[in-house]
Design a protein around this ligand. Structure first.
Ligand code: 3PG
Ligand code: MG
Length: 402
């Protein structure tokens, strides 16, 4: 299976050619200041810059497209890419022409007026029902409109390659298509994990729901030496061990499944031994460290406790390969950030190959001010990296192979 790459496209020459680039500029936004939208973490914008710069500097007319959030197939000002266009402009150091729609009159005039060495960004792809439609012909009709803008297509949206969406799956069927450097690098790194990772291989999983991670736990369990579970999902496992979890996040219907996983894992699944339990989901709520087997009925666990951090740090400390996905607690609230910080710092320190997967964990690393270069790789894809590790076919990668 051969995939043509950005280098192949550059070797063909792109001077004056219109190149459509699918990027994943779905960045976390912070709208806590009234009337102001701020980009909370611009990691995904930075990650695609090398591709955009290479095309721009080679003289291509670069048309960037992305989704942001999950609008329902119609324009919604909450999800405009306008703040992203402004940030992209700053990072590129050249003006970015922003189209106020995706394939409408504004996009047509922006693309029509775009010269070689210039960059444009279309408005949110998901403002159009055709982008995410399950109906092939509806998706195809939208893909036709997008494809008409370009003469070649580059996919560098690793975070979206697991979506069978028009811009990811159908546009490459209509244009000469190439994989960007980010997509290539991400796939190479993940292939190292599914191949023969150096042992011990330790996986750290967090995040809120077991149901979201069930498939990846099933796929990883036979491969890992240890699977450390923190975050909101640990409470369903603690419940499966017979502990009361108070008002903590709990997926009742997953308790039996967790019990079965614990049996099968024969000690390789490691759970927190203490948790930070609070009276409410708030930064100013009363909170204490309590044993994991003794969460009071009126409290909810919002982070793993210091003994758990030590336990997890010891397990990753001897590892030669670590994959981490999902925060250990509600790191956005200062009193519940220590678990995520402690585990991240322990992973950063090891002498081995470390991969951070997932938008939230990557954002945690950056917002907690941990040195990004201490990790082997920080993935821009959460769902995408998990689905890769599950062994699923990624529609966006399959489309590039055809
Ligand atoms: C992500 O943030 O996971 C990607 O941008 C994909 O977004 P989605 O989960 O809304 O499809
Ligand atoms: Mg997602």
């Amino acid at each position: 299976m051969t995939i043509k790459t950005l280098d192949d496209l550059l070797a063909e020459g792109v001077q004056g050619r219109r190149v459509l680039v699918r990027a994943d500029l779905n960045v976390p936004l912070d709208s806590s200041t009234l009337g102001q939208i701020r980009i909370a973490d611009d990691g995904r914008i930075r990650a695609v810059l090398p591709t955009l710069v290479a095309l721009r500097d080679a003289g291509a007319a670069v048309i960037v497209m992305s989704h942001l959030g999950r609008p329902k197939g119609a324009p919604d000002p909450k999800y405009t890419l306008a703040p992203v266009a402004a940030r992209l402009d700053e990072l590129l150091g050249t003006p970015v022409a922003f189209a106020a729609d995706t394939v409408g009159p504004s996009a047509q005039s922006v693309v029509g007026g775009l010269g070689g060495g210039e960059v444009a960004l279309l408005e949110n792809l998901r403002f159009n029902a055709g982008e995410t439609s399950k109906d092939e012909s509806e998706r195809g009709a939208f893909a036709d409109q997008l494809a008409a803008f370009g003469e070649a297509y580059v996919d560098d949206a690793f975070g979206a390659v697991h979506r069978k969406h028009a811009s990811v799956y159908d546009v490459p069927a209509r244009l000469p298509h190439f994989a960007g450097g980010l997509v290539l690098r991400e796939v190479q790194v993940l292939a190292r994990l599914t191949g023969q990772p150096d042992r011990p291989y330790v996986v750290v999983l967090g995040g809120s729901k077991v149901s979201d991670k069930l498939a990846v736990i099933e796929a990883l369990l036979p491969k890992v030496d240890k699977l450390l579970v923190g975050g909101g999902m640990c409470f369903t496992f603690l419940k499966a061990q017979g502990h009361e979890v108070g008002k903590s996040l709990l997926e009742d219907e997953m308790v039996d499944t967790c019990r079965e996983l614990l049996d099968r894992a024969a000690g390789r699944i490691v759970l927190p031994v203490d948790v930070v339990a609070a009276t409410a989901f708030a930064a100013d709520a009363d909170h204490d460290v309590v044993p994991a087997y003794g969460i009071p009925a009126d409290r909810l666990g919002l982070d793993i406790g210091p003994e758990s951090v030590a336990l997890f740090a010891e397990a990753v400390g001897t590892a030669k390969t670590v994959f981490w996905n999902g925060p250990m607690g509600v790191f956005e609230l200062a009193p519940f950030a220590a678990g995520t910080r402690g585990v991240a710092e322990a992973i950063a320190k090891i002498d081995g190959f470390t991969v951070v997967g997932g938008g939230d964990s990557a954002a945690a690393v950056r917002t907690l001010g941990i040195d990004e270069s201490a990790f082997g790789h920080i993935s821009t894809g959460g769902g995408a990296s998990l689905e890769y590790l599950e062994g699923k076919t990624l529609p966006g990668v399959a489309a590039l192979e055809k």
